[in-house]
Write a protein that binds this ligand. Structure first.
Ligand SMILES: Cc1cc2nc3c(=O)[nH]c(=O)nc-3n(C[C@H](O)[C@H](O)[C@H](O)COP(=O)(O)OP(=O)(O)OC[C@H]3O[C@@H](n4cnc5c(N)ncnc54)[C@H](O)[C@@H]3O)c2cc1C
Length: 325
């Protein structure tokens, strides 16, 4: 296997470990993995969830050095992060791996431009390509296929989808090397934080009842209110309901362009179950559906299916739940 020098970075320790583990595998026994951390006025900015000692310990057996760039400012900025990555990759770095975070997206783009690098975003895996370069893999079409992207020029810069490190560090903490960042090339100013007022928590709800185009008119959604109350559920919907008909606000949209649920029970009423909708349902433990078409895609993706007219089934479900309580 070829040896190479890899640079890894992340806003969280577990993602940094994941990037370093992948880099270690690709760098080979003679290769090198340098992890990049940023520190500023408020302490460690990246990874933000651990001290430098935690991070150096967490990289044991995965990286060779932890490069700590001082002078990164008050908060994690893409321009300062990019300056650190460009310095770390230098002239001989082969590949930069960064885990996804808002500032990481900007940092990766800036790094790629500065280094005239090949770049791929939202990668899920990376392999060496025969004949040189790398091939990145990422999920496409809402998860029904993987796209393969060839990165031909050096360095290759890859932004990885956020994930979780499954392994365990082993051995000594990696040595820490301090470096100082110069003034940023671009001025970006953080002007403040505004709390988001959310009235709907689809991602955290334990039961989600979702409505789709099987409902003929807006008033018919009233049919679902007693079911939502009886189950203590949050109300979700498919895209036509939120975006085309605007019967419900977009914060209730489940799917690729909406929220992903982690519910114990997801109940889809009059939803066909197209892949873009199902993408948001993958995290549910039990999926149930009411649909009058036994061949609708949702019926192949649900644990329980009632094939029938929702206008009849929903009131029957409400009666059944009421008679139990
Ligand atoms: C880039 C992109 C992103 C997208 N993102 C999302 C997304 O995030 N979320 C999302 O939901 N969609 C998304 N879509 C749209 C998606 O492809 C589907 O068009 C949409 O999910 C369909 O919504 P639906 O199931 O409510 O409607 P339909 O597909 O029309 O299905 C309605 C279902 O109701 C059933 N039905 C009809 N009458 C009754 C009745 N009386 N009783 C019982 N069942 C009945 C029908 O059999 C049918 O299965 C996206 C599309 C694209 C291209």
């Amino acid at each position: 296997m070829m040896a190479g020098r890899f640079v890894v970075s992340s806003a969280s320790v577990t993602d940094l470990q994941r990037m370093a583990e992948l880099a270690r595998r690709l760098a080979g026994a003679d290769g090198r993995v340098d992890a990049v951390a940023l520190a500023g006025d408020a302490g460690v900015l990246a990874p933000e969830d651990g001290t430098l000692a935690d991070t150096a310990g967490g990289l044991a057996g995965l990286a060779d050095t932890l490069l700590v760039y001082e002078g990164a400012g008050e908060y994690l900025r893409g321009d300062m992060w990019a300056a650190a990555l460009v310095d770390a990759v230098g002239r001989d770095g082969e590949c930069v791996l960064v885990a996804d975070a808002p500032a990481a997206r900007e940092a990766v783009a800036r790094t790629a431009v500065s280094c005239r690098a090949s770049v791929a975003s939202m990668c899920e895996d990376l392999q060496r390509a025969e004949g040189g370069g790398f091939v990145a893999r990422r999920s496409i079409y809402g998860g029904v296929a993987d796209g393969l992207i060839a990165l031909v020029s050096t360095p290759a810069v890859c932004l990885f989808a956020a994930g979780k490190f499954e392994g365990a560090p082993s051995g000594e903490s990696v040595p820490v090397e301090q470096r100082t960042l110069g003034a940023p090339a671009y001025e970006v100013t953080h002007v403040g934080d505004e709390p988001v007022v959310r009235t709907v928590d689809l991602a955290g709800a334990s039961v989600v009842v979702s409505v789709g185009r099987g409902f003929v008119k807006r008033e018919d959604l009233d049919l679902v209110d007693p079911l939502v109350s009886a189950l203590g559920a949050e109300l979700g919907c498919s895209r036509p309901i939120a975006e085309d008909f605007k019967w419900l606000p977009k914060e209730r949209l489940v799917g690729l362009t909406g929220e992903s649920v982690t519910a114990e029970l997801y109940l889809a009423l009059g939803i066909s179950g197209q892949v873009q909708h199902l993408t948001g349902v993958k995290g549910a433990r039990v999926v149930a559906a009411v649909n009058n078409d036994a061949k609708a895609p949702i019926t192949r993706n649900a644990d329980y299916v009632v094939v029938g007219d929702l206008y009849k089934v929903v009131p029957e479900l409400v009666n059944a739940l009421r008679s139990r309580s």
